[in-house]
Design a protein around this ligand. Structure first.
Ligand code: SF4
Ligand code: SF4
Length: 145
């Protein structure tokens, strides 16, 4: 009989302890959001895949097709194509492809660029059905921005 009451007491105590934790948590500030309906602001230091920086003065990129990023990328995921154009000093950028499937986000391309033409995007929701969806034409992306 004693054992019966002891079990009953310990069950009721455990129930009250659990309920007190639940009630305490109910009145604490909410620190989570209902993703994807709600989204938090990403820290400026977040490193998404690289993008071409849009020059606010010209409205276009700052790339001079020097190929430094392509040469220094340890993962061989950048292809830059430039061509000689009338009135353009150096090579005019024709295409800039980034194979993000191989990128380790090491940041070398951003660091070596002599004109600060590259930056990290704030893109954190990348998802796709094939690896081709992670091969980006950065020049096209810049034009669409
Ligand atoms: S972040 Fe590193 S791995 Fe990615 S493209 Fe730049 S140099 Fe290559
Ligand atoms: S290093 Fe900079 S300027 Fe040179 S090709 Fe790459 S993005 Fe363009």
């Amino acid at each position: 009989m004693n054992e019966y009451f002891s079990d009953l007491f310990s069950g009721a105590k455990s129930l009250l302890v659990g309920l007190s934790v639940t009630i305490r948590e109910m009145f604490k500030p909410v620190v989570t959001v209902q993703y994807p309906r709600e989204k938090l602001e990403i820290t400026p230091n977040f490193r998404g895949h690289t993008e071409l920086v849009k020059d606010p003065e010209t409205g276009t990129h700052k790339c001079i097709s020097c190929m430094m990023c392509q040469k220094e990328c340890p993962s061989d995921c950048i292809r830059v194509k430039g061509e000689k154009r009338e009135g353009v000093k150096g090579l005019a950028l024709v295409s800039y492809s980034l194979d993000f499937t191989k990128c380790s986000l090491c940041g070398t391309c951003v660091e070596v660029c002599p004109t600060a033409a590259l930056e990290y995007s704030q893109e954190y929701e990348l998802a796709g059905y094939s690896s081709d969806e992670f091969r980006f034409d950065l020049l096209k992306r810049l034009e669409e921005r």
